[in-house]
Design a binder for this molecule. Structure first.
Ligand code: B1M
Length: 210
């Protein structure tokens, strides 16, 4: 009998081999891919996000859990596609122009993926035009920007202006060490999150799927 609680537990521990084995076993037993995703992998990642937010675990543990999630997803993704399971929403993500820091941005991407969202990761040093183009092409509901330098924070405002000028309907969320809620309010961003786990909650709220 497939044990999805054990799958979630293995993911929380970052035990990649057990995640692979239990995902394969659940598929072999005919468990619905959506249940494996929601009750196994996402359930585990939700716990990781909560513990990270509460400072009970730190960046290395999150990265190891995310690696385990990736192993499970590599097996599960083709089955989800076959079963027609759609992600609950799409987020375009990137570090703004002039900024090469990507550790926090990657954590945000991993947590968003772990939360059942599709992520279009544009990488680092992303221009406003590239953000807009990626939003148009993917039909994303949310554009998520990271900045680690005080000198690149104004780029977030440029992205919001470019989105407004393009006429596309997309919400924005910003984050990164120097970014604050008051800066988000000042530049008209629709969301702000202080950490990667909160970014998942905020994106889901902005999409109306929280
Ligand atoms: Co740079 N760097 N760096 N750096 N670097 C900082 C940011 C700095 C604070 C160091 C310092 O002086 N004390 C400083 C910025 C000062 C300032 O602007 N006020 C600085 C500087 C000055 C620079 C250079 C200019 C140095 C130079 O060349 N003279 C240069 C700039 C290069 C460029 O970007 N153009 C530079 C270069 C680099 C490296 C390449 C060496 C490397 C980056 C490697 C990489 O990312 N691949 C690097 C690093 C590693 C750092 C520090 C040490 C660590 C950053 C980090 O990864 N933190 C940093 C000092 C520090 O923070 N102690 C520093 C861990 C990460 C998990 O946290 O990214 O904050 P963080 O993400 C968090 C939250 O902020 C949030 O979630 C994450 C997890 O919870 N979050 C979001 C992040 N994005 C979010 C988006 C969201 C929501 C939440 O919604 C979309």
């Amino acid at each position: 009998m497939a044990d999805l609680a054990a799958l979630a537990e293995a993911l929380i521990k970052g035990d990649r081999n057990t995640v692979t084995e239990l995902t394969q076993a659940a598929i072999a037993e005919g468990v619905a891919p959506k249940d494996i995703l929601e009750q196994g992998l996402i359930a585990g990642m939700n716990v990781v996000g909560r513990c990270f937010k509460n400072n009970e675990i730190y960046v290395p543990e999150v990265l190891i859990a995310a690696r385990a999630m990736k192993s499970g997803m590599a097996i599960l993704q083709p089955k989800l596609t076959e079963a027609g399971v759609e992600p609950i929403g799409t987020v375009v993500l990137g570090t703004v122009k002039g900024d090469l820091h990507d550790i926090g941005k990657n954590l945000v991407g991993m947590m968003l993926g772990g939360g059942g969202l599709a992520v279009v990761d544009c990488g680092t040093d992303v221009s406003p035009e590239k953000f807009v183009q990626a939003c148009k092409e993917s039909g994303a509901q949310v554009c998520a920007m990271s900045a680690l330098l005080t000198t690149t924070m104004p780029q977030m405002s440029s992205v919001i202006e470019a989105i407004q000028a393009s006429g596309i309907e997309v919400k924005t969320i910003i984050g990164g060490a120097p970014v604050t809620q008051s800066f988000a309010d000042e530049i008209g961003a629709t969301g702000y999150a202080p950490d990667a786990a909160s970014a998942v909650d905020v994106c889901k709220e902005l999409m109306g799927v929280a």
